[in-house]
Design a protein around this ligand. Structure first.
Ligand code: DOR
Ligand code: ZN
Length: 349
């Protein structure tokens, strides 16, 4: 028996497309299914000015396969030198959709991020005034804080103070990984939302560490214990519009992951929609998938829902996808959920 589910074309509200050879190879994996994506600016060097964001947008559009209708929604990488006027100008000209806050040292290419939050106060005030969302990597970088606690501590020490000091600032707590994060979002108003990845709905920390180290399950924020995964599944499938999809699909060449000091990131662009359909069906919430992937994000970002549609179909045989994508920067392993998935995106959708 085949079952079908047709949704407005989904968006990915947190995506790493990289640049150069990697961009060329991974871009079609996203544009096949998604109409828009919030593009992360953590290139080397990072995308810190409106002019750089415009140039990066053009490189992404050049990498989109013909026939794929895709709009990259650009972000600026917030540094202590960011000029509020440049942010406002880039937003007014339609070049950027949001600004990304990386605490310095929190993750891949975050060295230029923020150390002293008082030094970005002027930018945050200007963003609040103009209604520009701040996308936040919510982890403290203090080496004394246990890596599994860094999100919860960030919320208390950094995020809540920033939000109190900047009323009206619209904030996305990105790739939320904890029950604490979910509860914090739920306890606040609709100026605060959170994205949830595919992989954090599927794996807990045992998947990374039990029975051998699995570098392809290592990402940041690192997957937490099972109770947190269950809280994320509940939030994603609850219908609460403050939670929406941000895959954080983050390709690294396999040799950079399968290393004595492996990079953080799960590459889910290829199979995100299939796995989500599986997860939402398990949660008896297939009717809420549309909100999570197609409606809640546009509502927060004040953008229209996409006009096209995508059809998911459930077959009798497991959906196939390549184990890895070949790129001129080396192969990139596709996220393995560890179970068979019978949902696939219908051809020609
Ligand atoms: O796992 C991750 N990979 N988390 C991030 O925050 C960054 C990303 C990357 O750029 O590789
Ligand atoms: Zn990310």
């Amino acid at each position: 028996m085949t079952r079908h589910l047709t949704l407005p074309r989904p968006d990915d509200w947190h995506l790493h497309l990289r640049d150069g050879a990697m961009l060329a190879a991974v871009c079609p994996e996203t544009t096949r299914d998604f109409a828009r994506a919030i593009i992360m600016p953590n290139l080397v060097p990072p995308v810190v000015t409106g002019a750089q964001a415009a140039a990066y947008r053009d490189r992404i559009l050049a990498a989109c396969p013909p026939g794929h209708d895709f709009t990259p929604l650009m972000t600026l990488y917030l540094t202590e030198e960011t000029d509020p006027a440049d942010v406002l100008r880039a937003h007014a000209e339609g070049i950027i959709t949001a600004v990304k806050l990386y605490p310095a040292g929190a993750t891949t290419n975050s060295a230029s991020g923020v150390t002293d939050f008082d030094r970005v106060r002027g930018v945050l005030d200007a963003m609040a005034e103009a209604g520009i969302p701040l996308c936040v990597h919510g982890e403290v970088t203090d080496s004394e804080v246990d890596i599994f606690d860094r999100e919860a501590v960030f919320i208390e020490r950094v995020l809540d103070p920033i939000r109190r000091a900047t009323p009206g600032l619209r904030v996305v707590l990105e790739h939320v990984t904890t029950r604490d994060g979910v509860d914090y979002v739920r306890a606040n108003d609709d100026g605060l939302a959170a994205t949830i990845t595919v992989h954090h709905l599927v794996i807990n920390r045992n998947h990374i560490l039990a029975g051998g180290i699995r570098p392809h399950y290592y990402c940041l924020p690192v997957a937490k214990r099972e109770t947190h995964r269950l809280a994320l599944r509940e939030a994603a499938s609850s219908g609460d519009s403050r939670f929406f999809l941000g895959t954080d699909s983050a390709p690294h060449a396999d040799d950079a992951k399968e290393s004595a000091c492996g990079c953080a990131g799960c590459f889910t662009a290829t199979n995100a929609m299939s796995i989500l359909a599986h997860v939402f069906e398990e949660e008896n919430a297939l009717d809420r998938l549309e909100g999570f992937v197609s409606r809640h994000g546009p509502a927060f970002y004040r953008l229209p829902v996409n006009e096209g549609t995508i059809t998911l179909e459930k077959g009798d045989t497991a959906a196939g996808w390549p184990d890895r994508i070949d790129t001129d920067a080396g192969p990139v392993t596709v996220f393995d959920p560890g179970f068979d998935v019978f949902w696939r995106v219908a051809e020609g959708a």
